[in-house]
Design a protein around this ligand. Structure first.
Ligand code: SF4
Length: 513
C-alpha cells in the first residue's frame, strides 16, 4: 500500500484503520469528523503560508498526486524560495509539505497545525527544541515521515519546524503572523524517529495488505490520538452498560481497558467481581443493574433551594471559538458569546417570561450582547446557570472588555447560582443520568415523555457544538439558510433555559412529595 503522511499516522495509531478503510469503508462513522474544525484547520493553514513572507502555493489536486509533484519540481526549478503544499514521493510514499523553504543546497520543512502552543505571557515566540515540549507525538511522526520522504527523494533537509497557534496572542489591529504563530524547532526529535520509519512502514503495510480482516483488540488506540471512525464497528460486541460507559471523571480510560482485559466488562461483572468500586462508580453500576428508581436527599435539596431567590433568571450562553482571533482583544479559540436565552420566573412553578439575544451574523457580537444582558438582568437578582463556571467566565471576559459595563456585569456574575449542584453531588440521582450531570442527560431522565423537552426533536441544532459550528459560518449562507439556522439556534438555546425552569420546578416538587 502506498502511504501518505496522514495514512502513515493513521497506521501508527492502528494499522487496522488502513485495512478497514480499504476493505470495509462502508462501516466508517463519518460523525467523528468535525467539518468546522477541518475548515478552521484549512483557514489556519492558508494564513500560515505567509509566516515566512512571500510564497507560491503548489495547487492541490486530490485526483492526481503526480501532477502536484511535477508542479513542485517546476517551482523548484524556477527558483521559488518558499512553496506551500510542495509535494514529493519516495518508494511510493507521498507527502505534501505545508511550507517548504529552499536554500542553497538544502531545504527546510514547516508543518502547520491549528492546535495551540505557548504558555505564560512571558514566553518567547520561538521555543528552543531542547525545552520541555508538549508537542503531540503524532505531529512528530507526521514530520518524521515528511523528512523520510524528502531525504529519500534526494533533498537535504536541515530543519523541521512545527508551527502552531500561539494561545497567548491577543489580537490588536491587523493580525500579526509572527505573534499569532509559535515556531518550534523539532529537527532533533524528527531525526531520532528516522531509524524506526522503515520498520513502521513494513509493519503497517504487512497488516494493511492482509487478505482477511486483521484481529485487533480494542484499546487506547481507538480514542487517542484521534477518535477512530471505526470504533462503532470494532466495538460492536461491547454492551451499552459496560465499564466503558462509566463517567470519565469517576474512572479513567486506562482503568477501563485494564478492567476489560481482566474479563470484567459488563456492569454485572463489575458487581460480581468483588473488586472495589468508588462510590460514584458503584452508584452508576448498582442503580442500573438493580433498575433502581430515582432517589433524593431532601435536606440537601432544601439547603440548595434556599440559595435561590425569586425572581430567578435562568441564563444560558452559546459561544463560538474561531481559530484565528476575529476581533481586538480575542485570542486563538477565544470563547466568544453570540447568543443567550433567558427565562425569568417570578416564583416557584410560575409560568416564565422568555427573552433572548442572537447576534447578527458576521458582526462582533460582544458589545451588543453585553448591553442587552445588562438591560435584561437587573442588578442584585439571582441568576441561574447550569455549570456556572462557563457563564461566569464569559461574563468576566465581557466585563474586562467593556469597563463601562463592568460594574453591572460583575454584579450578575456575583449573583449566579449553579443549578447543577444537587445533580453533581448526587443529592438527586436517577439511573438515566448514567453517572453524569449533563443537562442533556438529566432533562430526558426527569421528563422522559415530553416532546417539548426533547433535544432530539429540535430541527438542525441539538447541542452546543452544532450551535457553535452553525454560527461560525452563518455569514456565508444564503438569506433563506440564514433564516432557518437562526430559527434553529433560537429554538436550541431556548430549550436549554426552559430545561432549567422545569428542572428547578422539579426540585421544588420533590420537597412537597
Ligand atoms: S476502532 Fe480501534 S481497533 Fe478498530 S480500527 Fe479503530 S483503532 Fe483499530
Amino acid at each position: 500500500m502506498n502511504l501518505s503522511k496522514s495514512r502513515y499516522c493513521s497506521g501508527l495509531q492502528c494499522p487496522k484503520i488502513l485495512w478497514l478503510n480499504q476493505n470495509k469503508h462502508e462501516v466508517y462513522d463519518k460523525s467523528v469528523e468535525n467539518t468546522a474544525i477541518l475548515e478552521q484547520g484549512s483557514v489556519v493553514g492558508d494564513l500560515a503560508m505567509g509566516y515566512y513572507g512571500a510564497y507560491i502555493e503548489a495547487p492541490f489536486n486530490k485526483d492526481d498526486k503526480s501532477a502536484m509533484i511535477v508542479e513542485t519540481k517546476r517551482l523548484l526549478a524556477a527558483g521559488c524560495k518558499t512553496i506551500g503544499e510542495a509535494s514529493f514521493a519516495f518508494e511510493g510514499n507521498f507527502c505534501s509539505v505545508d511550507i517548504l523553504r529552499v536554500f542553497d543546497g538544502y531545504v527546510e520543512i514547516t508543518e502547520v497545525k491549528s492546535s495551540t502552543a505557548g504558555g505564560d505571557e512571558d514566553d518567547v515566540a520561538v521555543v528552543d527544541e531542547k525545552a520541555d515540549s508538549q508537542v503531540k507525538d503524532i505531529y512528530l511522526h507526521d514530520m518524521a515521515f515528511q523528512y523520510y520522504v524528502l531525504t529519500g527523494a534526494g533533498y537535504t533537509v536541515k530543519k523541521t519546524t512545527l508551527l502552531q497557534l500561539n494561545r497567548t496572542y491577543y489580537r490588536d489591529g491587523d493580525i500579526d503572523l509572527q505573534q499569532l504563530f509559535i515556531a518550534e524547532d523539532c529537527t532533533g526529535r524528527v531525526l531520532d524517529l528516522q531509524q524506526g520509519i522503515k520498520s513502521n512502514l513494513d509493519e503497517i503495510n504487512a497488516l494493511a495488505d492482509l487478505k482477511t480482516e486483521p484481529e485487533r483488540e480494542i484499546g487506547m488506540q481507538c480514542i487517542k490520538p484521534y477518535l477512530c471512525g471505526f470504533k462503532k464497528y470494532c466495538w460492536r460486541h461491547i454492551p451499552e452498560n459496560s465499564v466503558f460507559a462509566i463517567n470519565g471523571t469517576a474512572m479513567h480510560w486506562n482503568k477501563k481497558f485494564a478492567s476489560h482485559a481482566r474479563g470484567i466488562t459488563t456492569f454485572e461483572q463489575m458487581l460480581e467481581s468483588g473488586e472495589k468500586l468508588s462510590p460514584a462508580v458503584l452508584l452508576q453500576v448498582k442503580t442500573e443493574v438493580e433498575k433502581q428508581s430515582a432517589f433524593t436527599d431532601k435536606p440537601a435539596i432544601k439547603e440548595f433551594l434556599q440559595t435561590i431567590t425569586y425572581p430567578v433568571y435562568h441564563l444560558d450562553f452559546e459561544t463560538f471559538m474561531p481559530a484565528i482571533p476575529p476581533y481586538n482583544g480575542t485570542h486563538p479559540y477565544s470563547q466568544i458569546p453570540f447568543q443567550y436565552s433567558l427565562h425569568i420566573q417570578e416564583e416557584p412553578g410560575a409560568e416564565p417570561v422568555h427573552k433572548e439575544f442572537l447576534a447578527k451574523e458576521g458582526t462582533d457580537p460582544r458589545r451588543a450582547l453585553a448591553e442587552r444582558l445588562c438591560a435584561d438582568i437587573p442588578k442584585n437578582v439571582c441568576t441561574l446557570a447550569w455549570n456556572m463556571s462557563f457563564e461566569r467566565g464569559r461574563i468576566k471576559t465581557l466585563a474586562k472588555e467593556f469597563p463601562d459595563l463592568a460594574d453591572h456585569l460583575m454584579n450578575i456574575h456575583d449573583h449566579i447560582v449553579d443549578l447543577i449542584v444537587p445533580f453533581r453531588s448526587h443529592d438527586y440521582y436517577d439511573r438515566g443520568f448514567k453517572g453524569r450531570s449533563s443537562i442533556k442527560l438529566v432533562l430526558p431522565a426527569l421528563f422522559p415523555n415530553d416532546p417539548e423537552l426533547d433535544y432530539k426533536s429540535l430541527h438542525g441544532i441539538h447541542n452546543g457544538g452544532e450551535a457553535m459550528n452553525a454560527f461560525l459560518n452563518l455569514h456565508t449562507k444564503t438569506p433563506e439558510e440564514i433564516a432557518q439556522i437562526r430559527a434553529d439556534l433560537l429554538a436550541y438555546c431556548r430549550l436549554d433555559t426552559l430545561a432549567m425552569v422545569k428542572i428547578l420546578d422539579k426540585l421544588h416538587e420533590v420537597m412537597v412529595e
